[in-house]
Ligand binder design. Structure first.
Ligand SMILES: Cc1cc2nc3c(=O)[nH]c(=O)nc-3n(C[C@H](O)[C@H](O)[C@H](O)COP(=O)(O)OP(=O)(O)OC[C@H]3O[C@@H](n4cnc5c(N)ncnc54)[C@H](O)[C@@H]3O)c2cc1C
Length: 519
């Protein structure tokens, strides 16, 4: 099919790109084209499963080579697997398993993405965890299931100082939070935070921001997470993260794609945009490489869903200010996630988390788990996703580790290997026989998991280009008023982008006050 002309062209089919496309197609009657460079839609929410001794993404089998290419397009590679993951798949050991890349969607079915999907008439079914546990960092064989109002037993003051700090954060007004420009590290230092509180809050913030070091964390974003805790009526004990079964989180992308198509739009894959056409500071459309060669598509509105550092690949740098280009190239940083998934044959007497007296649906913090030189700031998060959604065959016991590393740290093989060895040292301390009982394990290193973050003190790039008319941006790091990140950040960004284009207030219609850009 030759591509015609459209009202809106979206470059990239991430949650942000498909989200804004779906809003504009279904609510504004716009003819939307989403052009995706890869063979699958959904971008970084890439989930995959095993069936018939093959790997599948959505509804298509992938050879192992195609699969590693797909992973690579999201900045991810396999850091370790035992046995070799290709053989795990070929020998049918992966049949019936689903891997969501370690995603645990914030706030579960009370998250922004669930509200967006419900509002669009395409509800998704997220399974939310329940329970929260913490591991003593001095004696890592001691695990604590945390209950409401009970002391934090591993802390010398029962957690009084930590709770006081968290309470203070939760009482800041929106106006105060808006003024906060520094890092969480500065905030904790100003309050002479003791080491136990520091480790715990660092782990808490790390699980939301995918950053290990509070000096890298934007205080404003973290305070907003704390401030909504009361309104959202959700905390780490009642449940905080969710997963999906079936085809995994990619179902979000499928539903959004279907909605665009139901409203006369098109979503095309294997069609990289090569360049946005800009004349006299006005965007006119895009040039797309398709199987037919390079095609020109005209559209008065072009929306770029590429993370800031990548946007220059399709929009020549001269269409931004030199200062902006310099800041993005030199100062933006990229949080990544190292995720290890372990699977065992289920033996109810030997369920690994129950053996520790922990509800297997719990979200588990390992503050300061590593004492290795150079990795002192490393906290882990652990949970058993198969206990939340059906992500492995019946009778299989599994859990995963999630470890934040910056992208340059992730590309340092030594550092990654040491982090994995620390996770396994921790396992051996707790379950000396785990290796004998292991079916398989796979570690994925996602160097660009949480997008390209602006430096501390700076604003995010806005959803509307101040330099080119008709050019917009969407994704987990766009929107001056956007806060948070990940899937929910991309969902809010989609609403903000649709509002600027349409002049409507869809953000207010779809989200409760605490999820909005201002409340
Ligand atoms: C391993 C991992 C774990 C994560 N864990 C969590 C989690 O627990 N919770 C959470 O909320 N978030 C998590 N995230 C982050 C979350 O997946 C992202 O924040 C979100 O999916 C980003 O969506 P986006 O719309 O900003 O862009 P992206 O998903 O980056 O989409 C951009 C799209 O543009 C396409 N593209 C690039 N160049 C071109 C071109 N030239 N032409 C056409 N298309 C192009 C890309 O292929 C991609 O599909 C995780 C990410 C990873 C990788």
């Amino acid at each position: 099919m030759a591509l015609g002309n459209y009202d809106v062209v979206v470059i990239g089919s991430g949650v942000g790109g498909l989200g804004v496309g779906a809003i504009l197609a279904s609510r504004e009657g716009k003819k939307v084209l989403v052009a995706e460079k890869e063979s699958f839609i959904g971008g970084r929410i890439l989930s995959y499963y095993g069936e018939d001794n093959k790997l599948w993404i959505i509804d298509k089998p992938y050879t192992y080579k195609e699969f590693t290419h797909a992973l690579g397009s999201t900045g991810t590679w396999i850091a370790k697997s035992e046995p070799d993951f290709e053989n795990v798949v070929k020998n049918g050991m992966f049949n019936g398993y689903l891997l969501d890349g370690g995603h645990g969607s914030f706030w579960g079915d009370r998250g922004r993405i669930s509200f967006l999907m419900k509002w669009l008439g395409k509800p998704i079914y997220m399974k939310v965890n329940k329970g929260f546990a913490v591991i003593d960092n001095k004696d890592q064989t001691k695990w604590y299931q945390i209950e409401h109002g009970q002391p934090y037993e591993w802390m010398s003051d029962g957690g009084k100082a930590t709770r006081k700090l968290l309470r203070e954060m939760a009482t800041w007004s929106f106006e105060q939070i808006e003024q906060a420009r520094g890092s969480l590290g500065d905030f904790l230092r100003e309050r002479d935070c003791d080491e136990e509180s520091y480790l715990f809050i660092r782990n808490l913030a790390g699980s939301q921001t995918a950053l290990a070091n509070p000096d890298h964390m934007h205080l404003r974003d973290f305070l907003k997470y704390q401030a909504i805790a009361k309104d959202i009526q959700m905390d780490l004990i009642s449940g905080s993260v969710a997963t999906m079964d079936g085809i995994g989180l990619l179902d979000i992308a499928v539903q959004l794609r279907d909605l665009i198509q139901e409203h006369g739009g098109d979503v095309i894959t294997e069609s990289p945009v090569e360049e946005v056409i800009i004349e006299n500071k006005q965007s006119k459309g895009v040039r797309i490489r398709t199987s037919k060669g390079v095609e020109t598509v005209e559209a008065p509105v072009v929306i770029c869903n590429l993370p800031p550092k990548d946007a220059f690949k399709v929009i020549p740098e001269r269409h931004f200010t030199a200062d902006f280009v310099k800041e993005v190239k030199e100062k933006y940083y990229i949080p990544g996630l190292l995720t290890g998934s372990y699977f065992f044959k289920k033996d109810y007497k030997k369920d690994y988390l129950r053996l520790k007296g922990i509800d297997p649906r719990s979200f588990i913090f390992l503050p300061g788990v590593s004492k290795k030189k150079g990795l002192e700031s490393l906290d882990f998060v652990m949970c058993s996703l198969p206990s939340i959604a059906n992500q492995s065959p019946r009778g299989i016991n599994g859990f995963l580790f999630s470890i934040p590393l910056l992208d340059h740290e992730m590309r340092d093989k030594n550092r990654v290997d040491t982090a994995i060895n620390e996770a396994e040292r921790f396992m051996t301390d707790n379950w000396p026989n785990w290796r004998k009982e292991l079916l398989f394990q796979v570690w994925t290193a996602a160097a660009e998991a949480f997008g390209h973050w602006r430096p501390l003190g700076a604003e995010r790039p806005d959803v509307k280009s101040p330099w080119v008319d008709g050019l917009y941006f969407v994704g987990d790091q766009y929107g001056e008023k956007m806060w948070g990140g990940g899937i929910d950040g991309a969902a809010l960004s989609a609403a903000l982008c649709a509002d600027v284009i349409s002049g409507k207030d869809y953000e207010v219609q779809m989200f409760p006050p605490y999820h909005r850009s201002s409340w």
